[in-house]
Design a protein around this ligand. Structure first.
Ligand code: AMP
Length: 282
């Protein structure tokens, strides 16, 4: 497996890959890999003959006071997992390589970045779009695989790819969960035992909402309030947001006619977790 650290090494390898008529898929990650990340790698391998996984904890998407400094890492473990899966290359640049002295150009989404996580983390998607555009260019990938766990991020990246004619096939993959339903996340490592138990309120309230919708409930306010009540019954959980929005535009909806994204962000102690589910009306 090729370990690529500089932009030059990455570009050189990508050129060789394309010279041999391979298709290259990129899986962007921040490392501390779990089965959710690995499901994206598997999809990348299905779609393309060469796969590069990037590992980069992107400072530009963390606001001051967020968990940039403590973000979990296990670079040796990550490399071993990717080697075991037969990944062709890992791109792991340092911050100075992605943001050299004098770096001054950022890409921001407009409306799609305003609500949900964009409202609580105002600079987050500016950092995400910028690094993803850099990764698309530097890796020269044909496809890029993202998780629906970060649903808003996926919509924003699809839009950026279209708007800026980046020419990448952007693929979204389902959320991989622990056996008890908790969405896998590198940040789950922060949870204490009691927080881990109460973190189930995210997936359980989404399941409750899906059941209510199957039973014929269409009122957005009833569903939103029901989810909030379920989460508020857990003393360690504090709601950041509970929103039901149009699954494409992410705009507010009055009632449940088209597929609706139900998106949650909840703090368990100091750890902010997100989860979502697309609710389809009867
Ligand atoms: P991260 O390392 O958290 O930045 O995530 C890298 C990629 O993995 C993103 O596209 C995430 O949406 C995706 N991802 C993270 N957790 C999961 C999960 N539980 N299931 C599927 N994809 C995930």
């Amino acid at each position: 497996m090729n370990i690529l650290k500089s932009v030059e090494e990455m570009k050189l390898w990508a050129n060789e890959v394309h010279a041999q008529s391979h298709k290259l898929a990129l899986v962007p990650t921040m490392g501390f890999l779990h089965a959710g990340h690995l499901s994206l790698v598997r999809e990348a391998q299905e779609r393309c003959t060469r796969v590069v996984v990037s590992i980069f904890v992107n400072p530009a998407q963390f606001a001051p006071g967020e968990d940039l400094a403590t973000y979990p890492h296990d670079i040796n473990g990550d490399v071993q997992k990717l080697r075991d899966m037969g990944v062709d290359a890992v791109f792991m640049p340092t911050t100075d390589i992605i943001y050299p002295k004098g770096f001054d150009t950022f890409i921001s989404p407009d409306k799609l970045g305003d609500e949900l996580c964009g409202a609580s983390r105002p600079i987050h998607f500016k950092g995400v779009c910028t690094v993803v555009a850099i990764l698309f260019r530097v890796t020269q990938c044909d496809s890029a695989i993202f998780g629906q766990k970060d649903y808003q991020q996926l919509q924003i990246i699809k839009r950026m790819n279209q708007d800026l004619h980046l020419g990448v096939d952007v693929i979204g993959m389902p959320i991989i969960r622990e056996n008890d339903g908790l969405a896998m996340s590198s940040r789950n490592a922060y949870l204490s035992e009691s927080e881990r138990l109460q973190a189930l309120c995210l997936s359980q309230s989404l399941e409750w909402a899906q059941r209510r919708v199957r039973d014929g409930e269409t009122d957005i306010e009833t569903l939103t309030n029901g989810i909030k009540q379920q989460i508020q019954a857990h003393p360690l959980a504090t709601i950041d947001y509970v929103r039901l929005v149009d699954a494409q535009s992410l705009e507010a909806v009055e009632n449940l006619q088209a597929p609706i994204l139900c998106a949650l962000a909840v703090h368990l102690g100091k750890t902010r977790l997100i989860d979502n589910r697309v609710l389809t009306p009867l």
